[in-house]
Write a protein that binds this ligand. Structure first.
Ligand SMILES: Cc1ncc(C[n+]2csc(CCOP(=O)(O)OP(=O)(O)O)c2C)c(N)n1
Length: 343
């Protein structure tokens, strides 16, 4: 079936290019971490269509509270690539002064909440922002992303309940990649089985308990993600909603993980369920992409991302004198005293 959408061909092609940038950057950043240029990295292969579709769906008036596996959303939102890279490589230009882990962005000026590592720890903050915006009659919605594992933490029901009780303009977006580190989302009674196997306790149905709707969507098709997320953002004016986007984490959980220890990789690069393959198939059907264009984009993006990463591997780190900056609005005496010790 040929996709129909209100997005122009040019915008779709641009979104596809961002998806490819994300794929190339991901591999190269993983390499950069293996070579010691990054202390840690959170791969996102398999998440690209969710990121690009979500980034396309966001409207100017919306606020997003992302989680640690989301830099592609920022890419599609049009956040300057240097802002993203400075954070990931903890350079002197990073607005967090290089203090947080890679992919833990904090970009309030772009309506982006601070990424934290605590699983689901940001969900109540997102609900708080939605509450404040509703109270102050600010247009737009708050969307927050998280993994499937996050829905098994105490913070998830608390935030969902708060959103339901106060009928907040919120979209809860679960990037279900099949795993919380080594734990599959939908294990069968006997243990480890395919994440695609539908057993009990489907995540999107958890919304029922809080009085609003949950939907399950294909997280490998960025146009479907765009359509459903845009509609959810519009509808959330009247009711919160939970989206469960189905995908597969094609890489390790993080650079500290070896997935070969606990699973067989069911979705490999170039296979049918790879979001890149899915996007190529859809855009070819729409006559927006062909094999020549695919090669041309690959070459261009390969070159662009290599240059970018080479540049950031050599970029200066924050000066040690900044270590005590930005702690207090007015600096207390004991911090000033510590500055002396740094000399
Ligand atoms: C409260 C808390 N418990 C445990 C951890 C360690 N931890 C980091 S990521 C993660 C798995 C999260 O899985 P999921 O929510 O499915 O998201 P994914 O990483 O798969 O995208 C865990 C257990 C943590 N960061 N915070």
């Amino acid at each position: 079936m040929i996709e129909e959408t209100d997005i122009s061909d040019e915008k779709l092609l641009n979104a596809y290019k961002n998806l490819i940038i994300e794929r190339f950057m991901d591999k190269k950043m993983l390499n950069a971490s293996r070579q010691g240029f990054l202390p840690f990295y959170i791969p996102l292969m398999g998440h690209e269509a969710m990121h690009i579709g979500l980034g396309l769906a966001l409207r100017k008036q919306d606020f997003i509270y992302p989680y640690y596996r989301d830099f592609g959303v920022l890419l599609q939102m049009g956040i300057p690539i240097d802002t993203i890279m400075s954070q990931v490589f903890a350079t002197a230009n990073d607005n967090e002064l290089g203090r947080d882990m890679p992919d833990h962005f904090s970009l309030k000026k772009y309506n982006i909440g601070a990424v934290i590592t605590t699983v689901a720890g940001h969900l109540m903050s997102a609900a708080g922002i939605a509450y404040a915006r509703k109270y102050r009659k600010i247009e737009g919605s708050v969307i927050t992303t998280f993994g499937d594992g996050a829905t098994s933490t105490p913070d998830f029901p608390v935030a969902m309940n708060f959103a339901g009780v106060y009928n907040l303009p919120m979209v809860f977006f679960c990037e279900n990649n099949g795993f919380a580190i080594s734990i599959p989302t939908y294990p069968s009674e006997s243990g480890q089985k395919s994440a695609y196997e539908e057993t009990k306790g489907m995540i999107y149905r958890k919304a029922e308990a809080y009085g609003f709707n949950g939907i399950r969507i294909d997280g490998t098709n960025f146009i479907e993600v765009y359509k459903n997320t845009r509609k959810a953002l519009e509808d959330s004016k009247n009711t919160p909603i939970l989206i469960e986007a189905m995908s597969y984490r094609m890489g390790p959980h993080s650079t500290a993980d070896d997935p070969n220890k606990y699973r067989k990789n069911e979705v490999t690069e170039g296979s049918e369920k790879d979001p890149v393959t899915v996007s190529q198939r859809i855009l070819k059907e729409m006559n927006i992409l062909d094999d020549d264009k695919i090669r041309e984009i690959n070459d261009e993006v390969d070159d662009f991302t290599s240059k970018l990463i080479n540049k950031y591997e050599k970029e200066a780190k924050p000066d040690k004198s900044t270590i005590l900056d930005n702690l207090y609005e007015e600096e207390p005496w004991y911090i000033s005293e510590e500055r002396g010790d740094l000399q």
